[in-house]
Design a protein around this ligand. Structure first.
Ligand code: SF4
Length: 357
């Protein structure tokens, strides 16, 4: 807080916004009345991004256009009741019970954006088509989560909710804001970092910084691998030319994993491009070679307009999954969620006009 007030006043405000979910300066009764009046007179506002448009999938997934407070640009946030199996096989942060509160879901996953658009330019991703428009602030990143928690009536500490930082943008190219948001979500909102997963395309300096974060606030790490080798990966993800697979894996090795924690390798299956049995054998070798406790999450590619790839056949997906499993690699298939409303992985692009929702 920089209204000529001491630091601990800022703390009171952030507690009010994130813990008590207050959206009006007037209602922050921990501040003296005179200070509240002065802040209002000076034009200070509190609150969080607001959910604008909502698209609801027939599978219950909701995709939100969330409006930032700075310039009104929108980002996308997705709520997946029952999750998408992406957290399957995670033994850290897994929860034995959790009844929900008599709702239609008893657990959920929120997919959070970290930037408006993205500069990484993965060839299979719709968000890439936007280019990078700007970084989100920490408040805008954490605010997406709080807005969805409120909308869904989530009781923090009681309901099972996972966060995945896999929406629009590359979190490690907006590192400071991303980690500040995580800190707010852990310390003020009360969410566990062991229920959060951040996915990176392989930004090595970001992974190196991440490796130094204290375990109390460090989310779990997923590497968006998507290819069996450097040659294919450089085609699909130009960032691989800067930081090839081995450099990424070297950086990941520096992360001190919690007991039973595993690194996730996300692998998007592109029909005819990365879904062949020989690719499965290569991925198995690659994962084994890392020596890391790891699992692979498979995602059948979700179609998007103007992207020249094909969804893999169900047979190819199953054959790939079995081949990895047979090689002893823990492998899980992420269920596509909200495909009909462009909410699935790699489909986020503020597709108001394209949506069927
Ligand atoms: S897949 Fe992720 S890192 Fe790659 S362009 Fe899309 S949003 Fe950016």
């Amino acid at each position: 807080m920089s209204a000529g007030e001491p630091k601990w006043r800022g703390r009171q405000v952030s507690e009010a916004v994130y813990r008590q979910r207050i959206v009006d300066v007037e209602a922050i009764t921990t501040l003296p009345k005179a200070l509240r009046e002065r802040l209002i007179a000076e034009g200070w506002r509190v609150g969080r991004p607001t959910i604008g448009q909502v698209f609801t999938s027939r599978d219950g997934t909701e995709r939100y256009l969330v409006q930032g407070q700075v310039d009104g640009l929108t980002v996308e946030t997705v709520w997946m009741p029952e999750g998408d199996e992406g957290e399957a096989g995670d033994t850290v942060g897994a929860d034995p019970g959790g009844e929900g509160a008599g709702r239609s879901w008893d657990r959920g996953t929120i997919c959070v954006s970290s930037q408006v658009g993205c500069a990484v330019n993965c060839q299979f991703c719709l968000t890439a088509k936007l280019g990078l428009q700007r970084n989100l602030t920490a408040g805008e990143i954490a605010g997406q989560v709080v807005a969805v928690l409120d909308r869904q009536g989530v009781e923090v500490g009681k309901d099972r909710v996972n966060l995945v930082f896999m929406g629009m943008g590359e979190p490690f190219l907006n590192y400071d804001n991303f980690m500040l948001a995580v800190r707010l979500l852990v310390e003020e909102v009360g969410l566990s970092p062991q229920r959060m997963t951040v996915s990176t395309s392989g930004i090595v300096p970001g992974i190196e910084r991440f490796a130094k974060e204290p375990a109390e606030i460090r989310p779990k790490l997923a590497i968006s691998l998507n290819a069996p080798n450097d040659e294919v990966r450089s085609e699909l993800m130009p960032i691989n030319r800067k930081w090839p697979i081995e450099a990424v894996v070297d950086a990941v090795r520096r992360v001190r994993l919690r007991a039973k924690e595993r690194i996730t390798f996300e692998y998007v299956l592109l029909g005819g491009v990365t879904d062949q049995p020989k690719h499965a054998a290569e991925v198995a070798r690659l994962v084994r070679r890392t020596g890391l406790p790891a699992k692979v999450n498979l995602i059948a590619w979700n179609p998007g307009p103007e992207i020249p790839y094909a969804t893999p056949s169900a047979d190819a997906v199953e054959t790939f999954r079995r081949a990895l499993g047979a090689e002893g690699v823990p492998v899980y298939l992420r269920r596509p969620r909200g495909r009909d409303i462009y909410a699935a992985c790699g489909q986020l692009k503020r597709t108001v006009e394209d949506s069927t929702g």
